[in-house]
Design a protein around this ligand. Structure first.
Ligand code: LFR
Length: 487
């Protein structure tokens, strides 16, 4: 039995983090060593990720990790999904990866559906229709000089791993978010690629979580001060790592991975590729250890984050803790909206968009900031209720408890409302589920712990703090609101 120190790189939509985890039998300690902003940039009408700044943040973080821990035994990287960097014939990056919230992707949806109708696409890739899925991004890029020069496409964590190691791979959990992977065979969907006229060699060979991607190049060693450390493939889709990081005690659980997005669903052994699943907007993303993440993307805390940004720019109070306290005092269901309305996707004035949707649906719009916050939280809890019930129906999985992980686990009002709305206990935490899942998969690959997801989760339960919220209040009120919003 040996203990290892692992660096977990976890990149979110608004910040990146490098954490170190000390892992061994009975031990799992996580510490944040570096945090840096992730600031998308708009140029020439396109919203892009500043991926070199992110890579610089990763290098700084790895250097800090090595300095604080003495030595590092492994590195794993996870980030948001779907977005790709294109490499030219020399392996150089062709411009910045475009942000999934850029407006261009949606315009390409009809072109893809004209070649592969939505029902057929779903039976192969099993993905919720989101206009930014990589398959649509490629259609939007077609005809650009950048696309013409592209020889390979790397998802963001794979791109960073390439710069660290020189190896080009496609980690499978994140590859499953592109829309170009077959959810049943867990291989690139060659037939789809051909029909969509996407060269097969744009897509590197798949690797599984736990495989070594490569070792730090001389350049990366010089930049970080680290030794010949292996970069291990983890669930490189942050949601895949977060689901590993759910401290579930049995299979009868649903999860809400709650950050900028809320990913709400169940963990299964097989995808649900039914027409009912498609109609309900369910995705079948691939998870660690051959699992399937049958979930829905709910718009998530983005609504709150963008509201705070809007208020702060207007010189209004924007202290989250104070607004949440005020929202807790507002009466429930002053107004409720479908948080997944497409108009909420792009950056912008969320309070105004929410008010407009309330008016359209015959409700009095929130009259204060506190009412707006309450409307957002009630609406999210309602969407979680709806999604968990649908996930259970579609999959036949019984759900006895909801695990809420990620930053949202700090939001007590949201956790309680979720318990109330679902009529189920909510176990909140860990906040850093993605980094923990990332570290655990590395630790197992390098021999510090063993077992399947159940054993990894037992270690989480033994070492991580959680808080339980029991359902309270009127179940009928939520049922009524559900019927009103989702009909
Ligand atoms: C969460 C997440 C979601 C994905 C969205 C966009 O961070 O990875 O799972 O749908 O970001 O990539």
């Amino acid at each position: 039995d040996r203990e290892l120190t692992l660096a977990a790189v976890d990149l979110g939509a608004s910040s990146g983090r490098v954490m170190t985890a000390r892992v061994g039998p009975g031990r799992l300690d996580l510490a944040e060593v570096h945090r840096f902003p992730n600031r998308p940039v708009r140029t020439g009408g396109t919203l892009s990720w500043d991926v070199l700044a992110l890579y610089a943040g990763v290098l700084d973080g790895l250097r800090a990790a090595g300095r604080e821990a003495g030595s590092i035994d492994g590195i794993g990287i996870d980030s948001w999904a779907v977005d790709v960097g294109l490499l030219d014939a020399d392996g150089a990056l062709l411009g910045n990866p475009v942000h999934y919230r850029d407006a261009r992707h949606a315009t390409a949806v009809p072109a893809v559906h004209a070649v592969v109708p939505p029902g057929e696409l779903y039976r192969v890739n099993g993905l919720q229709h989101l206009p930014f899925n990589t398959v649509f991004q490629f259609a939007a890029m077609r005809g650009t000089a950048r696309f013409a020069a592209a020889r390979q496409a790397l998802l963001v964590p794979d791109l960073l791993a390439y710069w660290l190691t020189g190896a080009r791979v496609a980690e499978v959990t994140n590859a499953s978010t592109t829309g170009l992977l077959d959810a049943t065979t867990r291989q690139w969907a060659g037939g789809l690629l051909d029909r969509l006229d996407l060269p097969r060699d744009l897509f590197p060979a798949l690797v599984q979580p736990g495989e070594e991607i490569g070792r730090l190049t001389a350049e990366a060693r010089a930049e970080t001060g680290l030794a010949d450390v292996p970069v291990i493939a983890v669930g490189s889709h942050d949601t895949a790592s977060a689901v590993v990081g759910v401290p579930a005690a049995s299979e009868q659980f649903a999860y809400v991975s709650c950050g900028t997005w809320s990913l709400v669903g169940v963990e299964l052994a097989e995808p649900v590729l039914t027409e009912a699943g498609r109609q309900a907007g369910f995705t079948n993303e691939l998870g660690v250890d051959g699992t399937v993440r049958c979930l829905r993307n709910v718009m998530g805390l983005w609504l709150l984050q963008e509201s705070l940004r809007t208020w702060s720019a207007a010189g209004l109070p924007a202290d989250l803790a104070e607004l949440l306290a005020a929202a807790a005092r507002v009466s429930a269901f002053t107004a409720v909206v479908d948080p997944d309305d497409a108009r909420f996707l792009p950056p912008g004035d969320m309070p105004a968009r929410i008010a407009a949707l309330c008016t359209e649906t015959g409700q009095t719009p929130p009259q204060s900031q506190a009412e707006t916050v309450r409307c957002i939280l009630d609406s999210l809890a309602l969407a979680y209720r709806r999604s968990i019930r649908r996930a259970a129906e579609l999959s036949g999985r019984e759900v006895e408890v909801v695990h809420l992980v990620g930053g949202g686990a700090r939001n007590e009002l949201l956790c309680q409302l979720t318990a109330d709305a679902c009529g189920l206990p909510v176990i909140a935490g860990p906040v850093e589920a993605a980094a923990l899942g990332n570290a655990l998969v590395q630790a197992r690959a390098l021999g510090a712990v063993d077992g399947g997801l159940a054993e990894l989760r037992a270690l989480l339960r033994a070492t991580q703090q959680t808080r339980t919220y029991l359902p309270s209040g009127s179940a009928q009120a939520w049922a009524t609101a559900d019927a009103r919003v989702f009909g």
